[in-house]
Ligand binder design. Sequence first.
Ligand SMILES: *Cc1c(COP(=O)(O)O)cnc(C)c1O
Length: 375
Amino acid sequence: MQIPFNKPFFTGKEVDYINQAINNGSVAGKGEFTNKCQSFFEQKFGIKKCLLTTSCTDALELATLLLDIKSGDEVIVPSYTFVSTANAFVLRGANIVFADSSNISPNIDADKIEQLITPKTKVIVVMHYNGVSCDMDKIMAVANKHGIYVVEDAAQAINSYCNGKVVGSQGHLSAFSFHETKNIISGEGGMLAINDDALVKRAEIICEKGTNRSAFLRGEVKEYSWMDVGSSFYPSELTAAFLWAQLQKLDSIQNTRFELWDTYYNSLLSLANNNAFYLPEVDENNKGNGHVFYIVLPSKNHRDELSAYLNSKGISAVFHYLALHKSPYFSDKYIGEPLPNSERYTNCLLRLPLYNGLQTEEQDYIIQAIKEYYK
Ligand SMILES: *Cc1c(COP(=O)(O)O)cnc(C)c1O
């Protein structure tokens, strides 16, 4: 049996909606499907303003323009995350101050943030691994106390809730991804959620290449002009039409993922209880969105051996991020403390295949292979 790590899921309606966009006679951005998708998120998740972008990376770069990040600003970023979380700020000349993950999850350790704040700190960036929320109450309290912004890398966190709140609704800005590896996809795609009223108007201008075209299209001004800096951020209607098809199936996509996730968890619990590896902590009030199923092995050797064994059985089980503070780009610039948890997840975390379309027999085969390995 050959089981890939991920297979993009198609609902079957994508091409219909793309055809509809073509029949609408206009396929540039900001048309009917873009509006539908944005309204969907605003209504379902109660977010003030959602702007579709061409990727989460793009949404993060839009955020850095919106917050006027400049050379010399300091930005606190977790080391254990995707490169774009930090790179978007590096592009604007910011100095990255890397923070460690917590002991119990790959998320940033909220208790270790305040000690990294200096008078130059402009933003705290957090990333919600597997859609499980970071400790936002604590993080927002620290940020408010020091008058700094919070940007959430919610790339993995679509449709996640924590204590009844939507993940991505608490920081000033949140960036989501619809890359084909995520729960809801549009090939490449992303979204910036703007939770701070004061940032909405300028976000629209930056998103419109620095013009007030959005106000013009609403009939608020007679002509549109160059008002501010900006760039091209929004996707075409073809991408939005694709995304709309996915959003129609959001609940069923999520249910399937949760079922697969729970099956892994329940089936592997006895091995975890025998200390073979650690399972993710489960908190019913903050259970993520079934994006990733991962285990944490006791050492890199254990991880690499299990990974090689599963690969030899045709199962693609893969590691995840490599600590950014140790990356070839950054390691010689890093002057902070060691970040042992970031290194631990770099070395010891292993992800199992999880996608809509993973068959019951296939998942059983994966679970049996792991059990056999530990026999
Ligand atoms: C996937 C991912 C991104 C990048 O998303 P794109 O849409 O591909 O730009 C950024 N951050 C995290 C945490 C991710 O998982």
